[in-house]
Design a protein around this ligand. Structure first.
Ligand SMILES: C[S@@+](CC[C@H](N)C(=O)[O-])C[C@H]1O[C@@H](n2cnc3c(N)ncnc32)[C@H](O)[C@@H]1O
Length: 298
């Protein structure tokens, strides 16, 4: 654990699959609070790190933690999808890490509105330069569009009913806080805490967050574009926390590892996704749904 209570997910597995002993550039596309990134530069004095985070407050935290290694670190407040456009020598890249989703730092900040468990504004923007907040979506989208989001991104069973109720409630009063939305969900799906069961609002909040941040849009395109640019033996490691993301990673890796019109460019290193063991889940509950997939450029 680090000083902020953040525990990097599948840390040793990430270090192994990235094969961090090599001299060269490692790219952490999702720095968060630098849990993984710090270990890369700390364990390998010959590693140079490029880091991305779309969330400025996370980036500032990461910057502070990486200060002792600043001469080997370059950070960008940017969406990682711009990595392929960077004017750098891609031939020096040894590994790329994507640890998708949110950090506990973001989830635990009530003012960001990511958690249904914390009272706050319905915001959910990772990048505060983005104009679209969760509140805007809830109060402006059509019933059909809302239902589609809850269904597709949250796999929420009562998506149509939830969208209908939201439309009728917002006519009476704008829906602006996490607790307002949580209460609406609880009306539709009454909640009794039970071991092993997740609160129904979790799926609804996940769906909204994906829509606000357009999280799935360019993942496949990014993996493909980046894969093409990597030198031989460079590794891509991707950790996801829900099935939609995992499906995209699995299929994109499989496509790039198969010869279709062109020869394959990746070799898959993980036949099945790597998941945390019981011991890790006990220490770090956030890790429970993590799935890691790794591939190597051929
Ligand atoms: C799960 S956390 C990463 C935690 C990190 N590995 C650590 O151990 O501290 C994911 C981070 O990725 C960032 N993020 C999510 N999507 C992004 C994107 N498209 N571009 C850049 N950063 C992104 C989030 O803001 C968040 O800080």
């Amino acid at each position: 654990m680090n000083g902020n209570g953040h525990i990097p997910v599948l840390l040793e597995e990430v270090m192994d699959y990235l094969d961090i002993k090599r001299e060269g550039i490692y790219v952490d596309c999702t720095l968060g609070v630098a849990g993984h990134a710090l270990q890369i530069v700390k364990r390998n004095p010959k590693a140079t790190l490029i880091g991305f985070d779309i969330d400025e407050s996370s980036l500032l935290k990461a910057k502070k933690k990486l200060e002792p290694y600043a001469d080997r670190v370059t950070l960008y407040h940017s969406d990682f999808r711009y990595l392929p456009d960077l004017k750098i020598d891609f031939t020096h890249i040894k590994g790329i890490l994507l640890d998708l989703g949110l950090s506990s730092f973001q989830l635990d900040s009530p003012e960001r509105g990511f958690s249904f468990n914390r009272e706050g504004p319905l915001d959910m923007r990772m990048d505060l330069r983005n104009k679209v907040t969760a509140s805007k979506i809830i109060n402006k989208y059509s019933e059909h569009k809302l239902a589609k989001i809850f269904q597709e991104y949250g796999e929420f069973r009562r998506a149509n009913r939830l969208a209908r109720v939201i439309i009728s409630r917002r006519k009476l009063k704008k829906i602006e806080t996490t607790s307002q939305l949580r209460h609406i969900v609880e009306e539709i799906c009454p909640w009794r805490p039970k071991k092993g069961k997740t609160h129904p609002a979790a799926k609804v909040f996940q769906a909204l967050r994906i829509e606000v941040n357009q999280e799935l849009k360019s993942l496949s395109c990014f993996l493909e574009k980046t894969g093409q640019k990597l030198p031989k033996k460079a590794r891509i490691i991707a950790i996801s926390f829900h099935s939609l993301e995992d499906r995209i990673i699995k299929h994109t890796f499989a496509d790039l590892a198969t010869s279709n019109d062109s020869p394959p460019i990746l070799k898959i290193l993980t036949k099945k996704p790597v998941i945390p063991d019981e011991e890790e889940i006990v220490i770090n509950f956030r890790a429970r749904s993590a799935k890691l997939r790794a591939a190597e450029r051929i």
